[in-house]
Ligand binder design. Structure first.
Ligand code: SF4
Length: 412
């Protein structure tokens, strides 16, 4: 990337963000007592996967930190053993490294969306229907459980069912109806959100398609938008003709997450995805067919980065990107309740190299940040930030929906 004329300070801020995401961050939960968490600032709502290393049932944390210069979002991942600590000092929040001292001054938190306080017509909290994933993205989790668990075939890195057991009841998180989804999206889009993803665990008997079509109809009815910029995130079906139905329902993009490239490792880490969906070969066929139906770079596949050798992962990313799929590495974050709890993800430098090389692959094949943004659920990954930086797109030009830009005085 040496030919790029980009802001080096922003580059360093993204690099630091990568480190903080890998290590998590420690803090005394009492420091959030007086900041207006759950009113002014967005609290974590664990609609799908809890991202902390340990559970904190009944104690609210902010969903994410906002960096001072680039306004990058750093998902808050609590780890009491992290070398990074979040501290409140002199009416401001800072991030300190155990050896390097303060590494980020005056960080802030994501501002709470107005719809978080509203309820659907049948009384559900809209914040449990759709999460604010930043930069105008809403993330809808129709279910907060995965039926693969019943067969002992859930993915080893995943904690969806553990998250439900820990937080489902206390945060009132349940299955969503299409009507609840339509009403929530209407409220969010009124406020400036402009992109949504629908996802969730495997439904028994794989009835996703009917559900997604009903949800799309409800969104179109509620918002009046034929194109609501939606991504349908689904497991690979055995009937590949089904993709036309998702397209006709109004989804602009589709996602089928392969998670692991190396076939043997995929079979071990994702036994349900391998056994129930025709093996990894069928996942690849599904992605190819999705590109035929939805078009180049209107298809996404996420990899859990850190579970297989780097070269294998990057081979998979290049294979897919060269065929029109937005292959997206997501740092393996060992969160509470997954089967791999107690393991650790590779070092920050390992992840940084993956992100740098992935963004090089994107640029080699002409994948733009805008295409990536439309196809992915989380617009705040390190790869997003890097690609935006290299393209010269600043966070200032993104939808202001819920991106906090406030001064420290308001925090105090
Ligand atoms: S398919 Fe795997 S990653 Fe997806 S929800 Fe089920 S267990 Fe989790």
């Amino acid at each position: 990337m040496s030919d790029n004329n980009f802001d080096k300070e922003l580059y360093e801020e993204i690099k630091l963000k990568n480190k903080i995401l890998v290590e998590g961050i420690r803090f005394d939960p009492n420091i959030f007592k007086n900041i207006g968490l759950g009113t002014k600032y967005t609290e974590q709502v664990n609609i799908l996967f809890a991202v902390d290393k340990e559970a904190h049932v009944g104690i609210d944390f902010p969903s994410s930190i906002i960096t001072p210069k680039g306004k990058y979002r750093i998902e808050l991942r609590w780890n009491r053993h992290s070398p990074y600590s979040l501290e409140y000092e002199g009416n401001a929040f800072h991030i300190r490294h155990i050896f390097d001292g303060i590494v980020l001054e005056n960080v802030s938190f994501a501002r709470r969306a107005a719809y978080y306080n509203k309820r659907t017509s049948d009384g559900a909290f809209m914040r449990t229907v759709a999460g604010d994933y930043g930069y105008g993205h809403m993330f809808i989790s129709y279910s907060n459980e995965c039926s693969l668990k019943e067969k002992g075939r859930d993915c080893l890195f995943c904690n969806i069912n553990a998250t439900k057991s820990l937080y489902g009841e206390i945060q009132c998180i349940n299955w969503k109806t299409p009507k609840q989804i339509g009403e929530t999206v209407k409220e969010g889009y009124k406020d400036g959100f402009n992109k949504l993803t629908i996802s969730g665990g495997f439904i028994p008997e794989r009835r996703e398609v009917d559900y997604y079509i009903d949800a799309a109809e409800a969104i179109i009815d509620a918002t009046g938008l034929e194109d609501f910029n939606g991504t349908a995130c689904i497991g690979a079906p055995t009937d590949l003709d089904v993709f036309d139905k998702y397209k006709e329902a109004g989804f602009r993009t589709i996602a089928t997450n392969l998670e692991i490239w190396n076939r043997d490792i995929f079979n071990v880490i994702c036994p349900g995805k391998a056994i129930e969906c025709g093996g990894q070969e069928n996942w690849l066929k599904a992605l190819e067919t999705e590109v035929d139906v939805f078009g180049k770079f209107n298809v996404r596949s996420t990899f859990v980065a850190g579970l297989e050798p780097k070269e294998s992962l990057l081979e998979g990313i290049e294979y897919l990107v060269s065929r029109g799929v937005v292959a997206n590495p997501s740092q393996w974050n060992i969160n509470v309740g997954s089967s791999l709890e107690g393991h650790r993800t590779p070092e920050a430098d390992w992840h940084w190299e993956v992100f740098e090389r992935t963004v090089n692959i994107y640029r080699k094949y002409g994948l733009t940040w805008q295409q990536m943004n439309d196809a992915t659920a989380e617009p705040d990954t390190v790869a997003h930030d890097l690609l935006r930086l290299y393209e010269g797109v600043s966070t200032d030009s993104l939808p202001k929906a819920r991106l906090l830009v406030e001064d420290e005085a308001e925090i105090a």
